[in-house]
Design a protein around this ligand. Sequence first.
Ligand code: GCV
Length: 611
Amino acid sequence: MSTQPRRTWLPFLNADIPAACDTPAKTAAFELELGCKTLGIEAPALQVMPDMGESYEIKDGVITGGERGVLYGVYAWLCAKAAGEEPPAGPQKPFYALRMLNCWDNADGTVERGYAGRSLWFEDGRLDWDGPRIRQLGRMLSSAGVNVLCVNNVNVRADAALLIEDEGLPELARLAAEFRRFGVRLMTSIEFSRPLAHGISTADPLDGEVQRFWRERADAVWAAIPDFAGFLVKADSEHRPGPFTYGRTHAEGANMLARAIKPHGGVLVWRAFVYNCMQDWRDTSTDRPKAAYETYAQLDGQFDDNVILQVKNGPFDFQVREPVSPTFYAMPNTRLALEVQLAQEYTGQQIDLYAMPPMWKELAQALPPETVSAVAAVSNLGRDDNYTGHPFAAVNLYGFGRFAWDPQSDPEAVTRRWARLSYRLPAAQEDALVDLLMHSREVYEKYTAPLGLCWMVNPHNHYGPNPSGYEYDLWGTYHKASRDAVGIDRTASGTGYLEQYPEALRAQYATPEACPDNLKLFFHRLRYDYRMADGRTLIQRIYDDHFEGCAAAEAMGEALKSLEIPEPDRAEALERMEKQIKNAREWRDVVNTFFHRLSGAEDEKGRKIYD
Ligand code: GCV
């Protein structure tokens, strides 16, 4: 048994879970006893009522809940005690039944867009993990409220495809058993063309042999792991195979797989991240944000009831700021999942601070939570000792779980709860840390790509500035900055993207005046001398935002120094902050110089912009 304390937000846990805790209810009893002992408090009684499923209630000194609900209740009670707060009152149940983490882990142990070290469960082409670490992670996921883990990259490469084959299933079943005790079920990404590797001449979803292949695979998977959650598929996207090869629609492709797993109660999660990634930048008839809607809106109502169409939060690809994808409003007869990205691919790569709870709030405001029936987040996890690379990036994992449980959660309360459980700082310092986190996103946005400007990052690795990096590329990612103007007109007079929104929403973005500043250049092409609502010109605003964002990052660095965050997190956070400040200066100078050279406009405040 490991007694090594791990660095999570669960300050009351420091022992391994015994193998006998093989169900969530048994785990709950162990966690309660251990937690109470560590905190020096008396344990309430536990009552398991199987019918309650994931729900629980804490009342009159008793935690009552279903097999999984009771575990959520125990963590809620323990976390409240540890934070010195009241446990939740009244019956509690998650808003979304599926609260998924999508891990882009490859079988060779690397993680696509991973910024926290190597995979926690893959090495050398196979599953291989450290038991105590996995169990610690199970506690983290369960205490946050995550209940499904997709273990491998949506880009299924090499040996990852073997996970659901006879040679891979025994190990996958062992991993499923590790997570089962925390109420977390497994899912895998599958390769649409897998039948070809088995000597079948096609992967056409309407072919009988293909259908049989998937039925047999599904039977084998669920025989090994009866509570397996389902399959996740990236098809016809960024060179992945899919139904288009066979002249079939995505409904036909998804339904074929869904029917194979339906008898086992599995869900088929089908990603809607489909666009032309071989676009010619000279082609102005194509506008990438229109792609998902164009592919899927016409298929509304054609997907089987165990298919979930997973749509990225914005129409591009996890840029610092995007409007909510119009696809969400266009498919009332399809089960949809909202996909967000905790891995900070475009948002600082777990070097720069970027706390996401304020984004959850924004999403819940823009997208009525009942529009979707599930939520998924691209994981920010890895083998680093703190699991998330930047020690504060754990707030995003915790925050996602809380948001998935209750999309109306207050982002500040969630951030504070995480900070309090993780660090137990004096009140003023806790306030300062919460403030730092709550503002970190807007600071990052200001020094990188404010006003809805997307795609100014370095190509491929996506860290650091490169305003023209994606301008003449194949990916449909253009801002078209010229001598006089910048941005894309996506209204009816431009690419027509705005027309994909319901009328009420269109009005919010239709004119530059109505459109909020933070999305102005996403929806409109504006001259540099365009007057913003506050009277500043657009070019001045671009300069100001970059100067202000960078100054704010420097101020965050000073604020961080004064916080008595326990080591090693303090040292790690400070080291990353140094890199962040360097990055912020680079962004400020590169972007301002870029626009200065193009426009020739001087900064009204006479600050240093390089020629
Ligand atoms: C897993 C972006 C990323 C890719 C990722 C893809 C996706 O394009 O850069 O690494 O692939 O999104 O979401 O499928």
